[in-house]
Ligand binder design. Structure first.
Ligand code: PMP
Length: 460
């Protein structure tokens, strides 16, 4: 006999009702959920009242932290005025127009139009479709291959999963699509050869990219997708000259650059967009997360004239641009995004990030001498600490030990939510975090690292 909802615990109800994304369902039945009940500032509180510093801003998104009343008010007002409308068939609404204008004004390179979507995956999926459409419009039907990098994360739709370069997103899904070409990940610590300088590493990656393009035939390669800093792949900060060298190769063979700014956009790396931080000149930019501070789902693409003009010509000829989502540019989400962008400007979020980023970056580098820490990397308010079994040889821990996951569990005990990508521990706190809150976060991390070191020592 099944019990009634009233006499079951929240954990039981969760286990019996939800299949969780990115979760081991068998382990979930054993340990149950951490139920988050509310949030304020950089902290969230579980259903027992215990507080946690949210070291990852949820999923790298809640830039303004929790409890930002201006976003609540913007949503409520828009809900009352026009809770739904769409942009299909010549319709429009003010929040979408205002958002398009603001995004075009913020773009670090000249962009011609914004296209509004609902999630990071949808934005990148739309970029893929625009790339195909453009190739057909230009009479280049064979120029449709796209390149993405090992350890990239661009989403989980059928198409964007193939751009994503992580095995867990492919295994048992019959992915990736072999039409996606794979380039190397610009992680010098892991990919640099003995004696190779960072600059030589970047040069080699650009040469390898060029060799791949030539082997495939430049007339078949349409675009290169890249996150400025790779997020879910383990927070990979490229060497300073990596993107300029890659950009030169793309320019040489008329290959579009798609900058996936879903994590890096809106100040995360210290500039408004990661493309500015790393010297990228994208033709398409995709963005989400910080766009609405995660308060409502919304994403966007900015496309330049090179992309727009052929699409306009082709769609004009066919009679319509046959693509769009019911909720693309949803008025309530768009109103919240506009308010979010206003707040970033009014509070000069970039200056704030410039002020507090050294507290995070220098603080984490303070752990670099720890025997289990292989590398500390990061820029702005995004960072990772990579744990290793042997510091000298950079030998990773046996993945079956789950050292990264153990550290994250210990951090949770100490009131800090972090995320492990393998044994790389990611930090991406709300951008509003103060220096004192960063210090507290680092203290809680130190406790978790010490606990994990003791646990490892026992197992050895
Ligand atoms: N691109 C990047 C760089 C991301 O980090 C993510 C999500 N973590 C996505 C795309 C996909 O976004 P979504 O989960 O909203 O589909």
């Amino acid at each position: 006999m099944t019990s009634t909802p009233t006499n079951r615990t929240t954990a039981e109800r969760d286990i019996e009702s939800l299949l969780h994304p990115y979760t081991n369902p068998i382990r979930h039945q054993e340990i149950g959920p951490l139920v988050i009940a509310r949030g304020q500032g950089v902290r969230v509180f579980d259903d027992t009242g215990k507080d946690y510093i949210e070291g990852l801003a949820g999923l790298w998104c809640t830039a303004l932290g929790w409890g930002e009343e201006r976003l609540v008010a913007a949503a409520a007002e828009q809900m009352r005025t026009l809770p739904f409308y769409h942009l299909f068939g010549h319709k429009s609404h003010d929040p979408a127009i205002a958002l398009g204008e603001r995004l075009l004004a913020l773009a670090p390179v000249p962009m011609a139009r914004a296209f509004l979507t609902g999630s990071g995956s949808e934005a990148n999926d739309t970029a893929l479709k625009m790339i195909r459409y453009r190739a057909n419009a230009l009479g280049q039907p064979n120029k449709k291959k796209v390149i993405a990098r090992d350890r990239a994360y661009h989403g989980v739709t059928i198409a964007t999963s193939s751009l994503t370069g992580l095995a867990v997103n492919h295994r048992s899904f019959d992915l990736p699509d072999p039409a996606v070409l794979r380039a190397a990940c610009p992680h010098y610590y892991r990919g640099g050869r003995p004696g190779e300088s960072e600059e030589a590493f970047s040069t080699r990656l650009a040469e390898e990219l060029e060799a791949m393009i030539l082997a495939e035939g430049p007339e078949t390669v349409a675009a290169f997708f890249a996150e400025p800093v790779m997020g879910a792949g383990g927070v990979v900060v490229p060497p300073a000259d990596y993107f300029p060298k890659i950009q030169a190769v793309l320019d040489k063979y008329d290959i579009l650059l798609v900058a996936d700014e879903v994590i890096c956009g809106f100040g995360r790396t210290g500039k408004m967009f990661g493309s500015e931080t790393f010297g990228m000149r994208p033709d398409i930019m995709t963005m989400a997360k910080g766009l609405s501070s995660g308060y409502l789902p919304i994403s966007a693409l900015l496309i330049n004239e090179r992309v727009l003009a052929p699409i306009v010509a082709e769609a004009g000829r066919i009679g319509t641009f046959g693509h769009g989502y019911t909720y693309g540019g949803h008025p309530v989400s768009a109103a919240v995004a506009v308010e979010t962008l206003k707040i970033y400007a009014e509070r000069d979020i970039l200056s704030h990030v410039a002020q507090v980023a050294p507290v995070l970056q220098d603080g984490l580098r303070g752990f670099a001498n720890h025997p289990m820490v292989g590398e500390v990397r990061g820029i702005g308010l995004i960072a990772a600490v990579e744990l290793v079994a042997d510091k000298e040889t950079k030998t990773p821990f046996d993945p079956s030990w789950g050292v990264g996951a153990t550290l994250v569990a210990r951090a949770q005990d100490h009131g800090l939510i972090l995320r492990a990508m393998g044994d790389s521990i990611a930090f991406s706190p709300p951008l509003i975090i103060t220096a004192d809150e960063i210090s507290e976060m680092l203290y809680r991390f130190a406790l978790a690292l010490a606990d994990t070191a003791a646990w490892v020592a026992e197992r050895r």
